[in-house]
Write a new protein. Sequence first.
Length: 206
Amino acid sequence: MLITVLCGTAIFMLPAETLAATARNFKALRNGSTTLGGTMKQWLIGSVVVVGLLSVATPATAAPNSTVEPVPDVNATVPAGPLCPFEIRVETLVNTEKLRTFFDDQGDPAVALLSGRLIWRFTNTETGASIVRNLSGPGRTIFHEDGTRTDIFLGRSAIAFFVGDPLGPSALIVSGPAILEYDADGDLVSAEIRGHITEDVCETLA
């Protein structure tokens, strides 16, 4: 099973067993319910291994109109196959990101905004080759009443698409708008890159 997690403006997907080993590094995990900064497909991401991690904050008992929380660092490894043909490691070098989640009158998340500085290092663990990328573009998630969700990446972002996903498998660095749509089960149903794909990390590190 794969679970998706959205991190800042980076979103990656990882196998559930890999996620279990690194779950302590994430504020929240999306598995079909409500998790921002998480691409919710039964795989992980985000974000990046993210890619890419927006985690939906959980409102308090007396739900405030909004909450602001720091986005946890992402340090994880994706095995060879579902994303790149080699094992790839993602490490957070700089992270000042904050996630502001706005709630409706029922205390459910309505919109989440992500901003701050995010720099990751991607490493091909087989060769040792690595690259460092600034992924500090802002992000936004819109939660719809029917349980579906829209993730919008602005600026510079990292987005991971796994085998079976639109545009997958690939780990893309995108400059400009990218829109991802998820169904009520958290599955990715469409991906539209309106900006420019500046790099495929898998190809760069091959």
